[in-house]
Design a protein around this ligand. Sequence first.
Ligand code: PBG
Ligand code: ZN
Length: 323
Amino acid sequence: MFNRTRRLRSSQVMRDLVKNIEFSLDNLIYPLFIEEGENIKVEISSMAGQFRLSLDRLEEELKELKELGIKSLLLFGIPKEKDPVGSQGYAENGIVQEAIRFIKARYPEFLIVTDVCLCEYTSHGHCGVLKGEELLNDETLKLLQKVALSHAKAGADIVAPSDMMDGRVKAIREVLDENGFVNLPIMSYSVKYSSAYYGPFREAADSAPSFGDRKTYQMDFRNSKDYLIEVENDLAEGADIIMVKPGMPYLDVVKGVADAISNPVAIYNVSGEYSMVKAAAANGWIDEEKIVMENMYAMRRAGADIIITYHAKDIAKWFKRGV
Ligand code: PBG
Ligand code: ZN
């Protein structure tokens, strides 16, 4: 006698009956890169199918996203001017602040998440204020508060700090509460590793550090324990959603987080993961649609409630066609 596990795989209907992981557009957030300027729609060479868009080219994109059934967006800004303290990141008429108002005026139904960080706005490309080559934690918190508050005032639905400074969730929660945004959720990039998988993004957002790396603030992937400290700290400081980033190579961490907490867990299927799939697909080495769907289910199975992915538009098209 032995167990015949194949019995429950005998037909599509049987397999559908016993499956226990669901995946739909409800779970997805689509990142957008908004660049200051006019008539910009430039494909990001390392991220096939992803573009930098100026506000005047955003309307057509929003229309398409709406028709496809995409519901949530994550905004990144590329300013014209950068300076050592990233002031365009918290300017009232900064590119992200303008983009939020632009979208809300036309398509208020989109849920808008904003990335709260300074690296796209600093001339040195680091995620905060420097003293020499040292990144100052507590001084940076003050600026992150300004970024988050400016996004809130412009109409963001969720703010998502990605800088990895200690205490940023507390600082942001405080400034939001003081200004009447008690109901605005914080999705914290709590578990964010220092990763080569962000390479294409840094080209896309023009945010590569001009010297050194981010290893004094982003996490070391050679440690399997410290992620729970990050999660506990952020929850204690008031985070509503916990994010793990990168995605696919870190599913053990996603599983660990999902098993440990009751808050929603988000995963960021980052630029390098996307570009690798796109490159292999362009060469005909893999079946893009099947690989992407398998990856999405893998992330959901590990415990991710929310998936941030550049594949969202393709997935929406496949769903429309019926997969
Ligand atoms: C900004 C930020 C980064 C990403 C999201 N927010 C880059 C970084 O930390 O270097 C990466 C996203 C991706 O690779 O798709 N701090
Ligand atoms: Zn940053």
